[in-house]
Structure formats: C-alpha cells, structure tokens
Write a protein that binds this ligand. Structure first.
Ligand code: MLT
Length: 268
C-alpha cells in the first residue's frame, strides 16, 4: 500500500522524454519551439554532431511525447529535461532553447544552474506575457478548440519563416506544426501565458550565454534580444540577417555557424 501511495505522489517521470542523440563531444540539449517537436532541429543535428553530442527531445505533449500528460508550466518542462539528462548520465549540458524552448531554458537555468555548461537563447525573451499577449493566448486556445491546430498554425505561419524561405522549408514547418495534438498545444499556450518574468535569472548566469536572433523576427524581435544581452554578465549577441522567428530553419547555416563559433570561443 505504501509503495502504491509513493507512486501516486511522485512528480518525476519514470521514463525519459523521447529523444534523439547524435554525435559525441560536449553535450548540447536542444529545446524546441511552439508548436513543434524535435524534428525542427534536423539542420542542427546534421551540422553540429561532428563535434558535439546533440540531444533533441520532444517536449511533453508534442511529437513522440504526444500522449504524455501536457505540462502546466515551463518549470515542469524543465524538470522533464533534467530527468532526461539524468537518464543519459549527462552531468552538465549547454541548453539551446528557441522561443518557447528559450522560456523553458530560462526556467531550467533558474532551477538547475549546476547542470548548465552554457546557455543559448534563440529568438526568445526573458519577460512574461503582456496583458495583450495573455488575451491573445486565450483567443488562440479558443481557435484550437473551435477549428483545430491547423487553423492556429495558419495564423502563425507568416511570422515563422521569411517570405524568401524555400517552399520546402515553409511546407515542412507547416506540416510539423499542424500535426501537433490539440491537448499539448492548448496546455503550452496556457503555460506560456502564466510564465513568470525570468529577467532576474539573466544577471545571475554563471555560464557563458549566446543570444541569437533573426533580424526579421517579429514575434521576439531584436529589441528583446538586446534587452537580455544588456543583463547577462558573459553574454554574446548574434544577429542573423534576413531571417524571421525560426532562425534555425530559415538560415540553418548562419545559425549553426554562429553557434559553433561561440562554442569554440568558450571552449565548450
Ligand atoms: C514559439 O515560437 O515558441 C512561440 O512563438 C512562443 C510564443 O508564442 O511566445
């Protein structure tokens, strides 16, 4: 009976998030954006695994973790990531979070600073949602409920990659986002709406941090990136020209190049 009760109250997942591991070297843990899955990191797996152990999980409620219980906060996603590092016996990793992945990476940095070797904040911001953004989340949840995830994706697409992106990239992005389950998408919208302002984390970062942003990102624009970089003790900024929000898809070579150069510079 006691064992059953212990199982019921545990919050730590017993199996790690579904993930891919490619290459060897210092570990990079990539945290995907909303509403995507580990598949969005294909160009990074390909471009960075010759020097690094590249780990790309599907967050709970997305991709291969579509049937996992959706998480209610960025912190709960961060707890899943630390459980994954434990399962892979990785003591410290560099987290690379893009947009929602960056929100989660900041929650991770606050909760588990000793597990970080470096931090990459790509096309993201540290502040929480404004009242307008919170109202937008409620509308997005209502849209998913009334018309499904693909309808929401249609409203996001124009901001995700630049107009000049190849149609193969646009199609891949649309396909991946549209395939995500409504439960995971709605939970992530609610969790992003409730996330705290993580700006105080930035000044306390004990590891090098790279802030990377597409010059044409209209969701988390370069002004957000500049605000973060001003607060980070060992921060570097990379502005990627001609790219929108999903800079890693829009300009994979420039994204990988900036990341690789920074990793090399800091001996990570
Ligand atoms: C993302 O790309 O993860 C989202 O655009 C983040 C957000 O909606 O705040």
């Amino acid at each position: 009976m006691r064992d059953i009760l212990l199982c019921m109250v545990t919050t730590k997942p017993s199996t790690p998030l579904p993930h891919d591991v490619t290459g060897s070297g210092s570990p990079l843990l990539f945290v995907h954006a909303f509403p995507f899955d580990a598949g969005m990191w294909g160009p990074q797996r390909e471009g960075l695994s010759s020097r690094h152990q590249v780990v790309t999980p599907d967050l709970s409620g997305f991709g291969r973790a579509h049937d996992w219980a959706p998480r209610a906060s960025m912190e709960e996603h961060a707890a899943d990531l630390v459980a994954l590092l434990d399962a892979l016996e990785i003591p410290r990793a560099t987290l690379v979070g893009l947009s929602m992945g960056g929100y989660i990476a900041l929650a991770f940095a606050r909760r588990y600073p000793a597990r970080l070797a470096g931090l990459v904040l790509a096309d993201t911001k540290a502040t929480g949602d404004s009242p307008e953004a919170k109202a937008g989340r409620a509308k997005s949840i209502a849209l998913v409920e009334s018309s499904g995830v693909p309808a929401l994706v249609q409203t996001l697409l124009p901001k995700l990659v630049s107009a000049e992106a190849p149609s193969s990239v646009k199609e891949r992005v649309e396909r991946m986002a549209s395939a995500q389950p409504a439960a995971g998408v709605k939970a992530a919208l609610a969790a992003m709406r409730e996330r705290p302002d993580e700006s105080p984390v930035l000044g306390g970062l004990a590891v090098p941090a790279l802030v990377l942003v597409g010059e044409g990102d209209s969701i988390t624009p370069p002004t957000d990136a500049r605000q973060m970089i001003a607060a980070i003790p060992r921060g570097s900024l990379a502005l990627l020209p001609g790219t929108a929000h999903l800079a890693n898809q829009d300009a994979p070579e420039a994204f990988n190049g900036a990341l690789a150069e920074w990793l090399f510079r800091y001996g990570i």
